[in-house]
Design a binder for this molecule. Structure first.
Ligand code: HEM
Length: 128
């Protein structure tokens, strides 16, 4: 993945600056998405900030989310929302668009999307 094996994915993609850009660009895309947009609140800033904290730690940066909110229990936190395979595909597709929009190079996009597809499909909690 990286030339330096001690580097985290977080560092490899550009650290805080990149994660900030991702959440800024990702949610406006999500909100407009036909399949998952309606699940999100109108004022997205709170979700954006939590996602900044979570993605930072998920990609190997400092544990910002856990410092504030304790154990992430992300699947449980998504239980109130119906998430199908289609929702997970839509979420990942919005993320891919965001990564393209911020100009992340293809190899890095693929690695990040691969990593995020694990929780995305794990959060599926509804058949159809
Ligand atoms: C699989 C498709 C997904 C859907 C449909 C989805 C949808 C949602 C929704 C509706 C919320 C709550 C918004 C609110 O507070 O009202 C939420 C919160 C959140 N999601 Fe997702 N999500 C998905 C995947 C993911 C993935 C893959 C990640 C991280 C890798 C993630 C991270 C988060 C975080 C950090 C929050 C905030 C949790 C908190 O309240 O502390 N989500 N998501």
């Amino acid at each position: 993945m990286t030339t330096n094996p001690s580097m985290t994915m977080y560092e490899w993609i550009g650290g805080e600056q990149t994660v900030r850009q991702i959440v800024e660009v990702f949610y406006p895309i999500v909100i407009k998405n036909e399949s998952i947009g309606a699940l999100f609140p109108e004022d997205i800033r709170n979700v954006q900030e939590k996602q900044f904290l979570f993605l930072t730690q998920f990609l190997g940066g400092p544990p910002l989310y856990s410092d504030q909110y304790g154990h992430p229990m992300m699947r449980a936190r998504h239980m109130p929302f119906p998430i199908t395979k289609e929702s997970a595909d839509a979420w990942l597709s919005c993320m891919e668009q965001a990564l393209i929009e911020i100009g992340l190079e293809e190899e890095k996009r693929e690695v990040v999307l691969q990593r995020l597809s694990q929780p995305a499909y794990h959060f599926i909690n509804k058949m159809k």
